[in-house]
Design a protein around this ligand. Structure first.
Ligand SMILES: Cc1cc2nc3c(=O)[nH]c(=O)nc-3n(C[C@H](O)[C@H](O)[C@H](O)COP(=O)(O)O)c2cc1C
Length: 376
């Protein structure tokens, strides 16, 4: 191929349509569907509409689907009766159908396993009596709350719940798991000094604050086959504190990521709102780029791919115009990171991956917040 043959369409296909393996799982391309909570699963049971929502995206070329966050089997894990749960007979039967349909459409899918910790408000479903629990009973937004600092028994129970959910994922046909260690939810509450004030082995310096996450990873690793992919999602920012940071320097980030990699993470998912922003001074690398450099593991980047305007505005009901993919393709081509997750653009358009892989950029549509209202 001469340089002039590398049209924008050919370039996108060449860079994105490279296969990649995550432990025992081979993906046909670099496009991942980002986890997005949808609240369309009454009783915590994903139904036929949820299965077709995901399988539509699988049929249209998404390399890997990460499901919406789904609660592990611990009474304090969540606060919605419409968020799917990853425990219980009916709930898991619903999920087994989701995996089956995605596979029938030619796709691959992992559940995002979730415990919200101190984000939980008292009295909320699905288990109204359950307290909010977290490393120190502190809320992420700094307000005083009616939460409980976790005892060793609580810690063991939650670790067990993640391990059980991971084992269930493999048993019912999923292709791996993603652990939700991002955005200020339970695992991240341990990682962050703002919410972790413990004086025992789970609190203190960055390595001690990583202990809980590393124990979750190790227990999950132990509960599944050696070749079953385990992905760990983390972020600097918190849903209730956007400017918060886990690590102010690459050295601090390395201190957090190294024990996680050692505990058995196959790939990290570095959650940022805008993938093109450098993470630390003196380098153009984004958070995913640093994660790959520091751990040598495979890494998924994310944040406003294909859109001009970040997702915080989506929660305020705003849309976003289509944005260029050039910077993303440059970074992928340099192997700064391995995969890219796409949120709102794929929520808006089930055919997004197919269009991008075929270079049909003129068919891409702006993100309209109305897409949140249906499971189309
Ligand atoms: C409606 C909605 C729900 C989301 N739910 C989750 C979630 O359950 N778990 C998670 O880790 N991130 C969640 N996110 C964040 C996305 O995974 C993604 O990181 C973010 O939307 C940025 O990607 P985008 O700019 O391509 O939309 C959600 C985002 C949106 C818009």
């Amino acid at each position: 191929m001469t340089l002039s043959d590398d049209t924008p369409a050919a370039r996108a296909a060449r860079i994105l349509a490279r296969p990649v393996s995550l432990n025992g799982l081979t993906l046909p391309n670099r496009i991942v569907m980002a986890p997005m909570t949808r609240q369309f699963s009454p009783g915590g049971i994903p139904g036929a509409d949820v299965a077709s929502y995901y399988s539509r995206r699988a049929a249209a070329g998404v390399g890997l689907i990460v499901t919406e966050g789904t609660y592990v089997g611990h009474a304090s894990a969540g606060e919605s009766s419409r968020v799917p749960r990853f425990h219980g007979e009916e709930q898991l039967a619903g999920w087994a159908k989701v995996a089956e349909e995605v596979h029938a459409a030619g796709g691959r899918i992992v559940p995002q396993l979730w415990h919200i910790g101190m984000v939980r408000k008292p009295g909320r479903p699905p288990f109204a009596e359950a307290p909010a629990v977290g490393p120190s009973g502190l809320r992420v937004d700094g307000t005083e709350g009616t939460g409980e600092a976790m005892t060793q028994r609580d810690i063991d129970d939650v670790i067990g719940a993640f391990a059980e959910a991971a084992a269930a994922a493999e048993r019912i046909g999923f292709d791996g798991v993603e652990l939700h260690g991002a955005h200020g939810y339970l695992i991240d509450q341990f990682l962050w000094s703002g919410t972790n004030r413990r004086t025992d082995a789970y609190g203190g310096d960055p390595v001690a604050r990583t202990r809980f996450a590393a124990e979750v990873v190790a227990a999950v690793r132990e509960a599944v086959s050696p070749d079953f992919p385990v992905i760990f999602r983390y972020s600097q920012w918190k849903q209730e504190a956007y400017d918060a940071r886990l690590a102010a320097t690459p050295e601090e980030l390395e201190a957090i990521l190294t024990p996680l990699a050692a505990a058995g993470v196959d790939a990290f998912h570095a959650s940022t709102r805008r993938y093109w922003l450098p993470e630390f001074e003196g380098s153009d690398l984004n958070l995913a780029g640093w994660t790959k450099k520091l751990t040598g593991k495979q890494v998924i980047s994310v944040g406003s791919v294909g859109l001009d305007g970040d997702f915080i505005r989506a929660f305020a009901g705003e849309g976003a115009p289509v944005g260029s993919l050039d910077n993303l393709l440059d970074r992928l081509e340099r192997d700064e990171f391995d995969l890219v997750a796409v949120g709102r653009a794929l929520l808006q358009d089930p055919q997004w991956a197919e269009k991008v892989l075929a270079g049909r950029f003129d068919e891409l549509a702006p993100y309209d917040a109305a897409a949140l209202r249906t499971l189309s």
